[in-house]
Design a protein around this ligand. Sequence first.
Ligand SMILES: *Cc1c(COP(=O)(O)O)cnc(C)c1O
Length: 451
Amino acid sequence: MHEFNKDVEDLAHEILDYSLDRLKLNPPLDGPSTPEELFHQVGNTITPQGLGGHETLEIFKNVLAPACISTDHPRYLAFIPSAPSEYANLFDLVVGSTALYGGSWLEGSGAVFAENQALRWIADLAGLPASAGGVFVQGGTNGNLSALVAARVHAREQFPEVTRWVVACSQEAHSSIQSAADIMDVLVLEVPADDGGVLRGDAVGSAIDSYHEANPTHRVFAVVATAGTTNLGIIDDLTTVGAAAKSRDIWFHVDGAYGLAALCAPSVRSKFNGVELADSLIVDPHKWLFAPFDACALIYRNPAIAKKAHTQHASYLDTLENPNEWNPSDYAIHLTRRARGLPFWFSLAANGTDEYARSMEQTLTIAQHAATLIKAHPQLKLLMEPDLSVVAFTRNGWTLPEYEAWSDKLLEDQIGFVVPSSHKGKPILRFAIVNPWTTEADIEAILETLN
Ligand SMILES: *Cc1c(COP(=O)(O)O)cnc(C)c1O
């Protein structure tokens, strides 16, 4: 063991104290600054001599950190917030300080073993077979892209004569599907959802059949269903969409970046029926499974296909190619990787899965409570009964500028962070509730400002 020198020793305590204080604090919401304001306060921090650890930490604590919104604040309800458990956050300190390598079994077998048990829990909840497996990637965007690349490699082998590849999804699908299609240079076949925004198998089937008829050298290689849309929390009809894909020999991918977390909540589990048909699925523990950024669980029914698609071959990597060893690098678009599933694994192992179910049910209960309050509010209109924990609504008589002004003031007053979104071309407000520490009183405090 080597000793820290005095500066490092002091800094170690300062950093640990700061981290623990931040974890115990009810964090302030904070908010953005302009580059000019920040420069005015800190100047150029990159200097030939260095500022020293203490001074650099002071800059972070006093200027930079307060210019970052606390995404784990219980009244941060915009986008999809983050709500890491205490255990997950604490263990992230360990992951960050131990030079764990999560790319190969050879280098990180213990970490990979633990990550794989966490993935197994999700695969079991989804009803995937014992052969299923995958990897934690940086986020849902990478997860969706990696899954679709695997799907296309598979389709190319089955249908070598095809000239143009197409991915089918609903217009409610997440923007990352279009982004993946652009990167892959494939087309997107938008299938209309029903009036409730739900993608259904009959619509998928007939859209694909007429597309194939009109474009005989093109082929749909993947159908993407969303299990909990980001904007409204709508769950596609996974049973019929999965069947429509399967009966046409097409890969079925379920994007559950936000929503599939609720697989562990008994009260809503049946809404995900059909997910067991998935050839691949994703869920982001950094969204609604109480893990810190950044972690997306990507799971394949048949990981061998993904391995064929994603393994990188190079002379210096050949030694890693052992068929009996699980190399996480082989299952997505990445090589070097942090063992980013470990904070999630630690929290799951330490808290137990029952606690996960309880915390999930708590967020669902608060979402129902929010919907009830909105329905009773004289100025507000609930857009639809929440399927999961996104609650969308409108304010009577408001147009976008009023929503924006309200949102800005809510943050300025440090009451909450809620931003306008839109639905069918009209502005709406939405609460995304993923934090078990968000209380009824938190919701009431925000709704009061809409009187
Ligand atoms: C958030 C989200 C994504 C993208 O995930 P990132 O982790 O932000 O890359 C994809 N699909 C859905 C449904 C999402 O909610």
